[in-house]
Design a protein around this ligand. Structure first.
Ligand SMILES: *Cc1c(COP(=O)(O)O)cnc(C)c1O
Length: 438
């Protein structure tokens, strides 16, 4: 099959004209369906997520030992969920429309160890790999106290191996910090978007940082090639990894427990809407999968992307998935939302999750900065630009989409914005973000 030209594509899919013009746009997938119908296409199950939960529980004593900031949660890396009523008011004024229901924030920005959503999938995949190596070498059994992994003997063992990854910044930070802590050699292949402070921080942790002047796809490709030349090197493949995806999916059941504790009901009469910033797709896709398993058809997931990098919307809407990049439409993939600066989406995630994601919307960089400042003023929370992409979501739902719900359901709704990063941004950078500087 030959790929259609941009003009042919835009004729077949008029929505692409909005993407090409960099207009903020939204699309609600008519093919979205129930969990029962959509689940078989994911190729992963509840049992796979349980397996990931159990692995994280085995590692928890080790994590608490080597990352003291996780001791309060016994080595479980998790973030708070909290209502943001002042922000809800500020947004109602900004958009001239009150929001029925309540606005909440999931603060993955403040996840311990690496301060972004990547502390879920990235750290999980490094742990899964370390466990596999140690089990195969018969140095570890599943019943052991995993604190033994912090001993010099284990660090020496892992030091024979290398881990490599391509990243726009945050994935590299998570994988670099976790791998170095275990004793692995680690190479992070960073795209041009990556912030200098992230590279510096990684080098301080002893991580090899390889810099590229091109975007994320090139950094991943080069990382993959370098890893192929070294049989002791394990490449973490952000575009295709089921392991990363499962590490993110663990969030679903954890959020369910948090909501129970906080008295938030999610059921047929009380729907939950979740707004997830999307780059290559693994983070939001994995979290959405976990949410679907935890809340069934009572949760509605929406993906948010920068107007300059709408790769998942493009891939799912055209059905071309990883066979098309935004650059092929003349969209530059240049955005201040460095965590979302991805031109070509994961085909694995697009195909696995397209039936379970209600919709997609794009957000201009200026909007991200305005919302960053607004959240800081209203709630005294400062995020990185990528993490604000979900924030306008409740105001981007169209009347047509909302007509699926009753007024009572909408009045009882919980709208959860997934704040995906920003907790480790240095103060000087934070000031710049607040002034709207890239
Ligand atoms: C990576 C990232 C995302 C999106 O995750 P993907 O797996 O790339 O889709 C969102 N926000 C931030 C801050 C990120 O670093």
């Amino acid at each position: 099959m030959t790929t259609p030209s941009p003009a042919e594509l835009a004729a077949a899919f008029p929505l692409l004209n909005d993407l090409i013009a960099l207009r903020e746009t939204a699309w609600f997938n008519p093919a979205a369906t129930s969990l029962a119908e959509g689940l078989p296409y994911v190729g992963l199950t509840q049992a796979d997520v349980r397996d990931a939960e159990a692995r994280l529980a085995r590692f928890a004593p080790y994590i608490a030992e080597v990352f003291p900031q996780t001791r309060a949660t016994q080595g479980i890396i998790e973030s708070e969920v909290a209502p943001v009523p002042a922000m809800q008011n500020a947004l109602a004024q900004r958009y001239g429309q009150p929001l029925p229901g309540m606005l909440w924030l999931k603060k993955d920005s403040h996840l311990p160890v690496s301060g972004s959503i990547k502390a879920r999938g990235g750290i999980y995949e490094v742990l899964a790999h370390a466990e596999k190596l140690a089990l195969e070498a018969k140095l570890l059994s599943l019943q052991d106290d995993y604190r033994k992994l912090a001993t010099p003997a284990f660090r020496q063992f892992f030091n024979q191996y290398r881990i490599a990854v391509g990243s726009t910044g945050n994935l590299g930070l998570s994988i670099g910090i976790m791998s170095a802590k275990l004793g692995f050699n680690v190479s992070v292949h960073m795209s041009a978007d990556a912030r200098q402070w992230k590279k510096t921080l990684l080098r301080e942790h002893g991580v090899e940082v390889v810099e590229y002047e091109q975007d994320y796809s090139v950094a991943v490709e080069q990382g993959r090639k370098a890893a192929e030349r070294d049989p002791r090197c394990f490449f973490i493949d952000d575009e295709n990894s089921r392991t990363l995806f499962l590490g993110y999916a663990v969030a679903g059941e954890r959020l369910k427990q948090q909501f129970i504790q906080q008295g938030v009901t999610v059921d047929a009469d009380n729907p939950l809407f979740v707004y997830l910033p999307c780059g290559v797709g693994g983070g939001p896709g994995g979290v959405a999968f976990g949410l679907k398993l935890a809340f069934g058809d009572n949760v509605h997931c929406l993906f948010a992307e920068p107007t300059h990098s709408p790769c998942m919307l493009l891939g799912v809407h055209t059905g071309l998935h990883e066979a098309i990049s935004v650059q092929e439409l003349g969209i530059d993939n240049v955005t201040a939302a460095d965590g979302l600066a991805v031109g070509r989406a994961s085909g694995f995630v697009g195909r696995a999750m397209e039936r379970l994601i209600d919709g997609y919307f794009t957000v201009a960089d200026e909007t991200l900065f305005a919302l960053l400042r607004q959240l800081h003023e209203a709630e005294h929370i400062t995020l990185e630009p990528s993490a604000l992409a979900g924030m306008p979501g409740p105001w981007r739902l169209t009347a047509d989409y909302l007509s699926r719900f009753t007024t009572a359901q909408l009045n009882n709704a919980t709208h959860l914005v997934w704040a995906t990063g920003g907790g480790m941004v240095p103060q000087a950078e934070r000031e710049k973000y607040l002034q709207g500087q890239r």
